[in-house]
Design a protein around this ligand. Structure first.
Ligand code: SF4
Length: 70
């Protein structure tokens, strides 16, 4: 099953929680806001997917979501 990371940069406040939770996927851009550095598609059930789910839960701005399909 695949999942797609959806980032709403309009909501991001640059708290950096996502970068700590899943550094393989998220980074801070020059503007301090979230930037996806990995693939936006991820295989669910992997350590990376778990990190992304953790980031989604931690984000104080609710700027992240994981859309699972399949
Ligand atoms: S945790 Fe949320 S608010 Fe913080 S940098 Fe990531 S997306 Fe932005």
């Amino acid at each position: 099953m695949n999942a797609r990371i959806v980032v709403d940069r309009e909501r991001c406040v640059g708290a950096g929680q996502c970068v700590l939770a899943a550094p393989e996927v998220f980074d801070s851009g020059d503007d301090g806001l979230v930037r996806v550095v990995g693939d936006t598609e991820t295989e669910t059930g992997t350590a990376v997917a778990d990190g992304i789910r953790h980031a989604v839960r931690l984000c104080p701005a609710r700027a992240l979501s994981l859309r699972e399909d399949g």
